[in-house]
Write a protein that binds this ligand. Structure first.
Ligand code: SF4
Ligand code: MG
Length: 325
């Protein structure tokens, strides 16, 4: 069974000039222990999708349609107090800036033990032991001493390790990580991603890894969802999406990764820009930038359909639906 199911999710922002639809019919699922990457340009809806799942959608943004289920149970319509419990216990969150997750006034030990004791039936001494072990597992040297330090006494990379420890403290089944390494030095980024992958595997936690970095996705994820203009453009096994992209937008993204392209002559950026939310074109939102667009693309919006070994929202695959899959 799926751990997480996102079904036809719609997120809207009501405003004076009308309502903007920021997520439009987003569907995907995550299996227990799986690492799903979510990739796309900024503004594609990656962070909004993550925020909807962890219940941190900022007003006036609101879920206007669809469902989010965790282990078969709806969580998108829970009262706030209930949602907080689910979020703390079942879903951990890691954000780009470690300081948004940590309280500067408290030692990391206090923050870890409080989280552990809020969600797990353990006493103070055991919570502290678990906290030290979590810091050890995330590669923090001298964890027995460091546990009594405040967040500002850690470097950026070490602080993000503390945040990972905190996200795992309640033994959640799912971690939502939104650009977890973007704020860090390049030299530290790979270490943190490797750590995140290892520790989640060891603890059996699934990860939704939101990033604009296809290189990170390639090294880390089992499957990837490519988002464009508030929708999933393509989703499938990482290897297939990278090497046999079915959606022209994905193909363009892949061509933008220098070290993955054998034929350097073909390196190019995708012409044009992603549309603003108030000006999403009719039909396929990608059609103004797509060099394979045809009549149907201007008129009718494609939903995800089977496309070889992935699923793509692209009319080029409409004829193959009944075939190989
Ligand atoms: Fe291009 Fe048409 Fe496919 Fe959209 S549906 S990506 S415009 S071919
Ligand atoms: Mg974002």
């Amino acid at each position: 069974m799926s751990l997480l199911q996102v079904k036809n999710l719609v997120v809207e922002f009501p405003g004076r000039r009308g309502t903007l639809r920021a997520l439009d019919d987003v569907s995907f699922d995550i299996a227990p222990g799986e690492i799903l990457g979510v990739v796309g340009e900024s503004g594609a809806g990656k962070s909004l999708t993550g925020a909807s799942i962890i219940g941190l959608l900022e007003p006036p943004g609101r879920i206007a349609g669809g469902e989010i289920l965790l282990e078969g149970r709806r969580i998108d319509d829970l009262p706030f107090a209930e949602l907080r419990k689910v979020r703390g216990r079942q879903i951990g969150a890691i954000f780009q800036d470690p300081l948004t997750s940590l309280n500067p006034l408290y030692t990391v030990g206090r923050q870890l033990t409080e989280t552990i004791r809020t969600h797990l039936p353990v006493g103070q001494a055991e919570a502290r032991e678990r906290a030290i072990q979590l810091l050890r597992d995330t590669g923090i040297p001298a964890a027995e001493q460091r546990i009594d330090h405040h967040p500002h006494q850690f470097s950026g990379g070490m602080r993000q390790r503390v945040v990972i420890a905190l996200a795992l403290a309640a033994e959640p089944k799912l971690i939502v990580a939104d650009e977890p390494t973007t704020a860090l030095d390049v030299s530290i980024q790979a270490q943190i991603i490797t750590l995140l992958k290892r520790i989640c595997r060891e603890r059996g936690a699934a990860v939704m890894l939101i990033t604009h970095d296809m290189g990170v996705i390639a090294e880390t994820c089992d499957r990837v969802a490519v988002m464009y203009a508030g929708r999933v453009a393509e989703i499938g096994p990482v290897h297939d999406v990278i090497h046999r992209p079915a959606h022209p937008y994905t193909a363009g993204l892949m061509a933008c990764i220098p070290d993955m392209t054998q034929d350097r002559e073909r390196l190019h950026q995708i012409d044009g820009a992603m549309p603003r939310l108030n000006a999403i074109p009719a039909g396929c939102a990608f059609h103004p930038r797509c060099d394979r667009a045809f009549d149907r693309c201007h008129a009718q919006r494609p939903d995800l359909m089977p496309a070889g070994t992935t699923r793509a929202a692209c009319w080029l695959h409409a004829g193959t639906t009944g075939g190989a899959s």
